[in-house]
Unconditional design. Structure first.
Length: 330
C-alpha cells in the first residue's frame, strides 16, 4: 500500500478522534450562569456565551418625494408650463416593556405647484404637521389606561386665491399660518389595542376626559375671530369627549393602509362633532418606488370656509393626493 495514502488516512483518523474528544469534553464541561452570562469551564479555558438583551425601543420611518414638470414652448394646442413637488416624512419611536407602552408618531407633508403666466405663480398645495404621542399602562391583554397628546397645524402661510369682478389677475387673502390655527388635544381614557400575528395593528381610545385647545397666534386672524376663537383671543379651550382610532395593516402584498380618525364633541354642545380623518394607502412597486394615495377630511362647525359665491359657510374640508415617486423606509 502506498505510504502517502496510509499517512493521509492516519491524519484523518486522528483529526476525527480529536473532534469527538473535544465535543465529549464540552458536553461534560461545568457551566455557571452569572448575571445572564453563561461560563463554560473546559479544562483551563473559559467559554463565554451572552444572552441576547431584550429590545424595548423600535424606531423607523418613511420619506417620500414626487416631482412633476411640464415645459411648453411654442405649443400650438395651448397650455402653460408647470412644476409640482410633494414630499412627506413619517417617523415613529415606540417603547414597550412589561406592562408599559409609549408610542410617538410625527408626520410632515408639504407640496407646491408653480405655473407660469398667472399671478402668484407658486402656490401651496399640501401642508400638514401632525404629532401624536401616547403613554399607556396595561390592564389586561388588550386594554390599557392611556393618555394621549395630539397636536396639528401647518408650517407656512396659506392663502385663498380669487379674481374680483372685472379684474384680469388673481388676488389673494391670507387664511392661515403656523399655529394659526393649531389644535392641541389631551385625552385620558381606556385604550383597546391589539396586534395580529401578521403585524396588523389596531388601537381605539375612548376618553371622557378630553381637553381641546384651538390656537390662533396671528394677530390679524385672532382679531377676526378666525377658527372659532373669541375675537382678540389667542386660545379657545374646550372640554369634552373624544374617540381616537388608528389602524395599520397590509391589504395585500405590497399594499399597506394607515388611517387615524379623531372625533371630539364639546360638553356644552354634545352632538356637534369635530372630525379629523387621515388615510394613506401605499402601493410599493419596489424598494424605492411607491405610489401613495393620501386623503384628509376635516369637519369643524366653528370653521367657516370662504366660497366662490356668497358668504363663508361651514363645509366638509377634503384633500386628496395621488403621488408616484421615491419612497424610502428606514
Amino acid at each position: 500500500m502506498n505510504i502517502k495514502f496510509v499517512f493521509v488516512l492516519f491524519l484523518l483518523f486522528a483529526a476525527k478522534i480529536s473532534t469527538v474528544s473535544a465535543q465529549d469534553a464540552l458536553s461534560k464541561a461545568d457551566t455557571v450562569i452569572i448575571g445572564g452570562d453563561t461560563l463554560i469551564m473546559l479544562g483551563d479555558s473559559l467559554i463565554f456565551t451572552t444572552e441576547e438583551e431584550p429590545i424595548y425601543w423600535k424606531r423607523g420611518g418613511n420619506f417620500n418625494l414626487s416631482l412633476q414638470q411640464v415645459s411648453l414652448s411654442n405649443w400650438a394646442a395651448g397650455g402653460a408650463s408647470s412644476f409640482a413637488l410633494n414630499t412627506g416624512l413619517q417617523i415613529f419611536a415606540n417603547y414597550k416593556k412589561e406592562n408599559i407602552i409609549w408610542e410617538t408618531n410625527l408626520t410632515l407633508n408639504y407640496g407646491i405647484n408653480r405655473q407660469t403666466g398667472r399671478a402668484y405663480p407658486t402656490r401651496k398645495s399640501n401642508d400638514n404637521f401632525i404629532f401624536i404621542s401616547k403613554y399607556g399602562r396595561q390592564l389586561s391583554k388588550t386594554i390599557y389606561l392611556s393618555t394621549q397628546i395630539d397636536a396639528r397645524t401647518q408650517l407656512i402661510e396659506g392663502y385663498r386665491y380669487y379674481r374680483e369682478s372685472g379684474a384680469d389677475r388673481d388676488s389673494r387673502s391670507r387664511l392661515s399660518d403656523f399655529l394659526s390655527p393649531g389644535y392641541v388635544q389631551s385625552s385620558t381614557g381606556l385604550n383597546y389595542q391589539t396586534t395580529s400575528k401578521n403585524g396588523a395593528k389596531f388601537s381605539s381610545i375612548l376618553s371622557p376626559f378630553t381637553g381641546r385647545f384651538t390656537v390662533v397666534l396671528d394677530d390679524s386672524l385672532s382679531r377676526a375671530g378666525a377658527f372659532g376663537v373669541v375675537p382678540g383671543e389667542k386660545v379657545k379651550p374646550e372640554a369634552g369627549i373624544s374617540l381616537n382610532t388608528t389602524a395599520d395593516f397590509k391589504v395585500m402584498e405590497n399594499i399597506n393602509w394607515k388611517m387615524d380618525l379623531n372625533l371630539f364633541t364639546n360638553y356644552e354642545k354634545l352632538g356637534n362633532t369635530v372630525v379629523n380623518f387621515n388615510s394613506v394607502i401605499s402601493l410599493k412597486v419596489n424598494k424605492y418606488i411607491t405610489t401613495r394615495i393620501a386623503t384628509i377630511m376635516i369637519y369643524d362647525e366653528s370653521v367657516y370656509v370662504p366660497q366662490d359665491e356668497g358668504p363663508a359657510t361651514r363645509a366638509i374640508q377634503l384633500q386628496n393626493l395621488i403621488n408616484f415617486g421615491i419612497g424610502l423606509d428606514f
